[in-house]
Design a protein around this ligand. Structure first.
Ligand SMILES: C[S@@+](CC[C@H](N)C(=O)[O-])C[C@H]1O[C@@H](n2cnc3c(N)ncnc32)[C@H](O)[C@@H]1O
Length: 232
């Protein structure tokens, strides 16, 4: 009576098994319904960046435990780091510093000579994640509204732009146009929150702005909320 078949039978009909199966299928159906509304083609990270599977990324313990809002979930922080490490970006520009966690992640996963500029409408210093750490030497902290900031010194200079500022449509549209101007040939743009939480409909601007763009090589990264554009 203790055969694997019997165990499976018991599991299948036991109340907890039924609940698990219900949850499994409900999750699958919900995911299908939610993702079918997103029109960018979905790609695995390794399809977009062949060879990225060889990267090993490292984080400081301060980044392990993450608040539920505003900062990237751990898997996405690691995805961001893997992309930066794989591409060895020399000049990165971030819109939306907040606590500096993603800025720090970019700085930690790019070569020592690379530079990272990060812009926020508010000043969060001195509490930024990289304050007092060696990677701070690579980071330029800028304060300003991305709609009015003078980006001319960065035009055509960046091989990576990370867009994570105001998530409403007019801002994302404007930040995206700016990013395209900052980008060098071969550069990469990454947007957070292409997949947005329905509890925050104000974040739907990323989806709306990106889906109306006719940009080649623009994808949703499978398993994340990121969208990415590789200029070549
Ligand atoms: C989601 S948080 C950024 C989180 C950060 N990238 C991270 O993952 O650790 C968004 C940030 O964008 C900033 N922001 C909002 N509107 C902005 C604007 N017009 N220009 C620049 N920054 C803006 C906010 O002050 C906020 O700190």
């Amino acid at each position: 009576m203790s055969s694997p078949f019997f165990k499976r039978l018991v599991y299948w009909f036991a109340p907890h098994g039924l609940v698990k199966r219900y949850e499994f299928w409900r999750h699958k159906i919900d995911a299908k319904r939610i993702y079918s509304a997103y029109r960018l083609p979905e790609r695995e990270l390794v399809e977009i960046f062949p060879g990225i599977e060889r990267q090993v990324v490292g984080l400081t313990p301060g980044s392990f435990f993450r608040p539920p809002t505003m900062v990237l979930p751990l898997a996405e922080l690691l995805t961001l780091m893997a992309i930066c490490q794989h591409k060895s970006f020399q000049k990165a520009f971030e819109i939306g510093t907040f606590s500096g966690e993603s800025t720090q992640a970019i700085a930690l996963s790019t070569p020592p000579e690379s530079r990272v500029s990060t812009l926020d409408i508010q000043a969060y210093e001195p509490g930024l994640a990289f304050a007092g750490r060696s990677e701070a030497g690579k980071i330029e902290v800028l304060i300003g509204d991305s709609r009015h900031f003078d980006f001319s010194a960065y035009a055509g200079q960046c091989d990576f732009v990370y867009i994570d500022g105001n998530h409403t449509y007019p801002f994302v549209k404007s930040d995206t146009e700016i990013a395209l101007r900052l980008l060098k040939p071969g550069g990469v743009i990454l947007w957070d929150d292409y997949i947005f939480d329905p509890a925050h409909p104000d974040c739907s601007g990323v989806k709306q702005a990106l889906e109306e763009l006719s940009l080649p090589r623009l994808y949703r990264i499978k398993g994340t909320r990121f969208a990415v554009h590789c200029s070549q």
